[in-house]
Design a protein around this ligand. Structure first.
Ligand code: ZN
Length: 156
C-alpha cells in the first residue's frame, strides 16, 4: 500500500541537523492532516511500505525561520524561586488563552535571563531518514479525530 491521504503510516525515523542526530523514533501518523511537518509529508507521499526515504527539508517546509520577536530578556525574578535557570533549560509560559508556550533559556547574565520562544529547530534544514514500516487505512474514528491511534486503541 502506498502513502496517501487518509492512510495511517508508521515511520521509523532518524533526524539529523548539521550531520548530528537530534531525534530518533517510531510513530504512526495520519497522512495528509498536517500531523507531521509539511516537507516530510510531501517527501513520503506515494512511497510504498518497506521503502526507505531520505528527505532534506528546508526551514520553510519545517519549523520556519526564527522570529526575532521571540527572543526576550526577563529578570531572574520572573522564574519560580526553586527553578534552575540555566542555558538550555526549558520552561512554559502561558499565552492569554492559557495555552502553554514553551521557551528555552539561551543566556544568563547576572539578573538578566535571555529566553527564546522560537522552536529549537527554527531556521534549520532537517535531514530525515525514514523507513516506512507500515501503511494502512485509517479507521473512521481516526479520520474523525484527524490523527492516528495507537495499537491499543485510543490514546489522548
Ligand atoms: Zn483520537
Amino acid at each position: 500500500m502506498k502513502v496517501a491521504k487518509d492512510k495511517v503510516v508508521t515511520v521509523k525515523y532518524t533526524l539529523r541537523v548539521d550531520g548530528e542526530v537530534v531525534d530518533q523514533g517510531e510513530l504512526p501518523y495520519l497522512h495528509g492532516h498536517g500531523q507531521i511537518i509539511p516537507g516530510l509529508e510531501e517527501a513520503l507521499e506515494g512511497h510504498e511500505q518497506g521503502e526507505t526515504v531520505h528527505a532534506v527539508v528546508p526551514p520553510e517546509k519545517a519549523y520556519g525561520q526564527p522570529n526575532p520577536e521571540g527572543i526576550q530578556v526577563v529578570p531572574r525574578s520572573a522564574f519560580p524561586e526553586d527553578s534552575e535557570v540555566a542555558v538550555g533549560e526549558q520552561f512554559y509560559a502561558q499565552d492569554q488563552s492559557g495555552q502553554p508556550m514553551p521557551f528555552t533559556v539561551t543566556k544568563v547574565e547576572g539578573d538578566d535571563v535571555t529566553i527564546d520562544f522560537n522552536h529549537p529547530l527554527a531556521g534549520k534544514t532537517l535531514e530525515f531518514e525514514v523507513v516506512i514500516a507500515e501503511v494502512r487505512d485509517a479507521s473512521p474514528e481516526e479520520l474523525a479525530h484527524g490523527h492516528a491511534h495507537g495499537p491499543e486503541g485510543h490514546h489522548h
